[in-house]
Design a protein around this ligand. Sequence first.
Ligand code: SAM
Length: 298
Amino acid sequence: MVRKYDDFHKSVMVEEVLSYLITKKDGIYVDCTAGEGGHIKAILEFTDKMARIIGVDVDYEVLEIAEQRLKDLSDNVVLIKSSYKDIDMVLRGLGIDKVDGFLMDLGVSTFQLKGENRGFSFTKDEPLDMRMDNQAKKDAAYIVNNYSQEELRRIIFEYGEEKRFAHSISKSIVRNRPINTTQELVNAIRKGLPSTQVYERHRHFATKTFQALRIEVNEELKNIEETLAKFENFLKVGARVAVITFHSLEDRIVKNFFKNNEKYDFLTPKPILPTQEEIKNNPRSRSAKLRVAEYVGA
Ligand code: SAM
């Protein structure tokens, strides 16, 4: 595939991930959200290419980028298009019983935001898609045009954490149907907000609603919990799970999963945050939180 833009996704909290995740240089590590392969590349370099890495991503376009980026670096990387919720099938398919660590870096990759016709970005005008898996049946256009106002309100309220205006935005979406492009959705959101909110918000006024729809389209919250529960079947004692989240709902799921879980030593009851310097160099990292747990056995 021909690259459509030059700058790779900037991986978040790389140093912190390496220092917590890698317990053995020649271990087996699973990157459940391989994306453009940034963390995988860092793990290879950190382990002097001794690590064996399985990279999984549901988006075949980003996996192609990872493949190009990593192909000359090591023969020890296997990239597989799959949802992380099927990680058990992926590992069994490869004949792998136990691993030394799992990494999840949740959220969207730069390619998905900047790539053509993905529909994730409110700064572009393109079909309202937002599917990370292009084989998934439900896209964002389906949701905005078919869900009831109450369902839309709940999603925007819960997943977008758009507490005050979820009702008025959902009403405006229903009133402005059909909505088939990102800019049609931006306009419907604008009409559902008082003008002070449109012009004075710290972040773009459509951010929260777009986030909510992305989570719904990709069933992100449901998949995280299901996947965390599968890891223990594959972890060696002393192996680690590292998860980077980008909003409080995801972080809460991860925290609650590891808190009071006797099979894990929860190494970060207080999450690790990016440094000020990282936030300056990569503003997308500002809402990232890293949680890590060590498997202590059943
Ligand atoms: N760590 C990567 C890097 O350094 O380049 C970036 C990962 S990016 C923030 C998140 C990735 O998770 C996206 O590429 C997205 O397609 C992927 N993803 C989202 N949901 C997924 C799922 N259910 N299964 C597998 N990958 C998923």
